[in-house]
Design a protein around this ligand. Sequence first.
Ligand code: MN
Length: 324
Amino acid sequence: MLMKIYQEIYEKIKEYDNIVIARHVRVDPDAMASEMALKKSILLTFPEKEVYAIGNGTVRFSYMGKLDKSFVFTNADKILLIVLDTPDKKRVDMPELDRYDYSIKIDHHPFIESFCDIELINDKKSSASEMVCDLINNTDLLMDKDIAEILFCGMVSDTNRFLFNNTTDETFDSVSSLIKNYNIDISKCYQNLYKRPLMEIKLFGFMIDNILISPHYVGCCKIEDEVINKYQVDTLSIGDLINEFNNINELLVWLTAVEDKKNGVIRISIRSRGPEINKVAEKYNGGGHKLAAGARVSSFLEVDKLVEDLDILCKEYIESGEVI
Ligand SMILES: [Mn+2]
């Protein structure tokens, strides 16, 4: 069954000479990795095709390759669109989604809506990168060391170094295949992913100093515009810092609420060690995985409300006896 859908996707890639690859807004390493790896694999297999990887990028992920800022196909009568790592249409980072002749979605988020002709969705998979790795390993698509290292970065990042419970035996099978067949440089990948400027670590210090913890162990870090200016850290990187809170005993759920003054929004990242947070996130303009989600509100007052909701969730979770 799975092999059949891989083959169908491969046949479509083979059929179309013009291919656009997209993924979700506010790029993260898995979105970027799955996108760049698939682009490079298609071009390695079919050098004559025109393939564009699009969306807004960040210099931080430039070690994975360059995104295509704009694209003009030389002969654009038939275009295939492949969307990675994105469960809903409104979060795809590209304009005019309907201009394409055929579309394929490959995603590991819980299902939200169907918007492509072929949809390969598996929310048991650690990452979109793992799914692209499977696709390449199970079809005639080619891989090389560069592609293998990019896919490894995507899997490492979405599992938080194989710490999250989305890590499965299949994840390790995929990683094993990358090490065995392409001799990837693991240390280099980790450096690329985790080396960061001192100012970012200092901001993390500020966050730890200012975290507020609710009665039922919801930790909240509010980061106002002035703080961002003081530390000169971009908002995408702040979002990343949330994983540093993972091993704090006194937290069950934790979030960062980062003010984006220019766009008049507060972006929230939420992580959990047990309670399923995505339903609460959906109430606040967001969603995501059971233990890792995001939301967007317009005031810090709403952040307080969200914390209250999460506190109730944690209270129920503790009372259900699932936590010691
Ligand atoms: Mn992902």
